[in-house]
Write a protein that binds this ligand. Structure first.
Ligand code: ADP
Length: 253
């Protein structure tokens, strides 16, 4: 599929959100285009996960709109276009009784509904998804027996099996060791550059974000910055946000 970098995948307009009386997001306007690799960063409690949930239609904005593929998020139906990789360490039960192949096959539900038999085509997509994340040789292993980094690659494969156009990731490397993190980010870069997949990733890791993504959105209730990571690194945004110098933060990592 040729990537059209002018095509709007997600359009957030004047978005505000409050949990009850507590405002969390204010007047956020941001567009994600096809082929973007957007990193969303900000201090703890700044509203990153909330923004992701509003984009995914899991929370309804207090005011403003979200459009997915040109349609209002609240009436959006074509969820198979969207993949989601949650924070593994928090959401995954290590005793969950399924093989790697079965977990990835679950990614076909969005296309087929819950009660379906895997056709040859489904099997081929599952296999291809496992190949893309270099986990095919693990397909018969129990998911709970794998390392955190391997499990997270399997969850990417599960998202890929739905053949989405955009994948949302919420702090995907929490609990993953540094070497596996590097492999994981290399995989994401490949999916973005070679398959043209649009990626939206929440992360607290400024160092990684500054080097991996093509677009950066920095949230602290409002959208403090949106643009190229390089400009962000040059500016004094981090000082404003974290009270620390970027070079100090990059050095600390
Ligand atoms: P981040 O992902 O940047 O750490 P969150 O979006 O999780 O931030 O949270 C933003 C703010 O909203 C925080 O102050 C948090 O305590 C609050 N918050 C998050 N979820 C809820 C909820 N379900 N009910 C009330 N307040 C919440």
């Amino acid at each position: 599929m040729p990537v059209d970098h002018t095509k709007n995948i997600i359009e957030v307009r004047d978005l505000s959100f409050a949990y009850g009386q507590t405002p969390v997001l204010k007047n956020i306007t941001l567009t994600v285009h096809q082929g973007d690799y957007l990193g969303i960063i900000g201090p703890n409690g700044s509203g990153k996960t909330t923004l992701l949930k509003v984009m995914l239609g899991l929370l309804t904005p207090t005011s403003g709109t979200v459009k997915l593929f040109g349609a209002d998020c609240l009436g959006f139906k074509d969820w198979s276009k969207i993949g989601y990789v949650p924070q593994k360490a928090i959401n995954f039960d290590p005793l969950f009784p399924a093989t790697v192949r079965e977990v990835v096959a679950m990614g076909r539900f969005g296309k087929k509904g819950l009660l379906f038999r895997l056709t040859d085509e489904d099997q081929a997509v599952v296999r291809q998804s496992l190949e893309q994340v270099e986990m095919l040789e693990y397909q018969d292993r129990q998911i709970g027996d794998l390392s955190s980094g391997q499990q997270q690659r399997v969850f990417i494969a599960r998202a890929l099996a739905g053949q989405p156009e955009v994948i949302f990731l919420d702090e995907p490397t929490v609990g993953v060791d540094v070497k596996a993190q590097e492999q994981f980010y290399a995989l994401l870069k490949r999916l973005n550059q070679e398959l043209g997949l649009t990626l939206v990733m929440v992360s607290h890791d400024i160092d990684v974000i500054a080097h991996e993504v093509t677009e950066l959105a920095c949230v602290n209730q409002t959208l403090v910055y949106h643009g190229e990571p390089e400009e962000f690194v040059k500016g004094d945004y981090l000082q404003k946000l974290y009270g620390k110098n970027i070079r100090q933060i990059l050095h600390d990592h």
